[in-house]
Write a protein that binds this ligand. Sequence first.
Ligand SMILES: CC(C)(COP(=O)(O)OP(=O)(O)OC[C@H]1O[C@@H](n2cnc3c(N)ncnc32)[C@H](O)[C@@H]1OP(=O)(O)O)[C@@H](O)C(=O)NCCC(=O)NCCS
Length: 173
Amino acid sequence: MSLPPNSERIMFRAWHDDDVAALHAINSDPQVMRFVADGQGWPISRTQQFIKAASDMLEQSGFCQWALIDKSSGCLIGFCGLVDTGDVPEIGWRLARDYWGRGLATEAAAAVFDHARDTLGLSRVMATVQTENAASVRVIEKLGMTRDRTFQRDGREVAVYSCCLASSVRPPR
Ligand SMILES: CC(C)(COP(=O)(O)OP(=O)(O)OC[C@H]1O[C@@H](n2cnc3c(N)ncnc32)[C@H](O)[C@@H]1OP(=O)(O)O)[C@@H](O)C(=O)NCCC(=O)NCCS
């Protein structure tokens, strides 16, 4: 199964059953989850479901939101990758708070774009984000995605972005 290329500081891999504890620490952090769905941290059962769903998607579609590993420590620091929506695949990311603000999400997403275009042969990717999520909106903008529309979900404004991969702006590595 192909993976996005390793970048300078991070590598991608498929999920392991024993990733549950490390991912649960991220998914139960209220600050990490502030702009994810209803803003509630996940119980461990939801993280177990996430890993199972991502593994199934990788098997069936050849891509998923892969585990992100910090190369220097070997630690799981979050995820980045693609969700099979049945239409244009959706890119997404989530990092442990200790790793924010270092350009890692942009670095990972750029590698996923490269993989989507060069290996998976995808021509288009979309993203959704709560508009108050300034850091994630900024990552999306740095990737060269453009805003198509907004809508309300559970009282929160959500923006839909998309990008033609052939013409995406590649952020500096
Ligand atoms: C969104 C997230 C992945 C970004 O990770 P990151 O590695 O810190 O992102 P990067 O460092 O690559 O880029 C963040 C950009 O946002 C900017 N930024 C961060 N916080 C900001 C804020 N409050 N207001 C405006 N810009 C902000 C940074 O300055 C940076 O832009 P720059 O390179 O022009 O300076 C991380 O914050 C996260 O995991 N959040 C919780 C989960 C989440 O919201 N996932 C996305 C759901 S759509």
